[in-house]
Design a binder for this molecule. Structure first.
Ligand code: PGA
Length: 253
């Protein structure tokens, strides 16, 4: 089957940049006109409105790195989907391994957040990934299948094509240790297989699956050549416009 999926290069700024630094980076990114692939920038909550304004007209999507699964109310410190869309967010990263590891996010919580995001028209970028220990024990496939199945539990066939999955091996995040294109392709293919067995081959061919974990200007092209890798979720290398824009360029098909 021919691959009709447009690549997506998404930046995950994590907890980096002050307001002035964020504005400067966004202004540099606003020079992008007609990018060769879909592009998203997931900034800290504080900068989303600014990002949507500075990047308006460029086609670059703006996103958050987390959100609350609840609609509104007494949830001190949380940010809702409606609040995100009201300042111009298009997408939201859900279930990043750092949130799972440091803030106790569970598969059930990830599932609830995906449903809330979809009901507000936010594109969820759902992260899954194995630890080094899991990989060395040979249980990567089982772990990823379970994470994907639990994340997508109760998501309809109609909604599944609005979901983006990001495969991010924990051992590759921020370590400079990238998965080889073959390792990344193997797991992205496995994820597509899980989606296919649940939603059918047709739907699975329409779901974008990204790779994340030390993707950079040097290794992006090789990774993005693989048929089941539909883009990248970029942490460190999204913090400098020159690096990020080189990766965007590598997203050209
Ligand atoms: P990294 O982060 O590119 O810095 O490894 C990726 C991510 O955590 O999304």
């Amino acid at each position: 089957m021919e691959n009709k999926r447009k690549k997506l290069i998404a930046g995950n700024w994590k907890m980096n940049k002050t307001y002035d630094e964020a504005k400067a980076l966004l202004t540099e990114l606003s020079a992008v006109k007609n990018p060769p692939c879909d592009v998203a920038v997931c900034t800290p909550f504080l900068f989303i409105k600014e990002a949507a304004e500075i990047l308006s007209g460029t086609g670059v999507l703006v996103g958050a790195q987390n959100m609350c699964d609840k609609e509104s109310g007494a949830y001190t410190g949380e940010v809702s989907a409606a609040q995100l869309t009201s300042v111009g967010a298009d997408c939201v990263i859900i279930g990043h391994s750092e949130r799972r590891a440091y803030y106790g996010e569970t598969d059930a919580g990830v599932n609830a957040k995906i449903k809330t995001a979809l009901s507000h028209g936010l594109m969820p970028i759902v992260c899954v990934g194995e630890s080094l220990e899991m990989r060395e024990s040979g249980i990567t496939g089982e772990h990823i299948s379970i994470q994907v199945k639990l994340a997508l539990s109760g998501i309809s066939k109609e909604d599944i094509t609005k979901v983006t999955i990001a495969y991010e091996p924990i051992w590759a995040i921020g370590t400079g240790k990238t998965a080889t294109p073959e390792e990344a392709e193997e797991v992205c293919g496995l994820i597509r297989g899980v989606i296919s067995s649940r939603y059918g081959a047709d739907a699975s061919e329409r779901v974008r699956i990204l790779y994340g974990g030390s993707m950079n200007a040097k290794n992006a092209a090789e990774l993005l050549k693989k048929p089941d890798i539909d883009g990248g979720l970029i942490g460190g290398a999204s913090l400098k416009s020159a690096d990020f824009l080189k990766i965007v360029e590598a997203g050209k098909q």
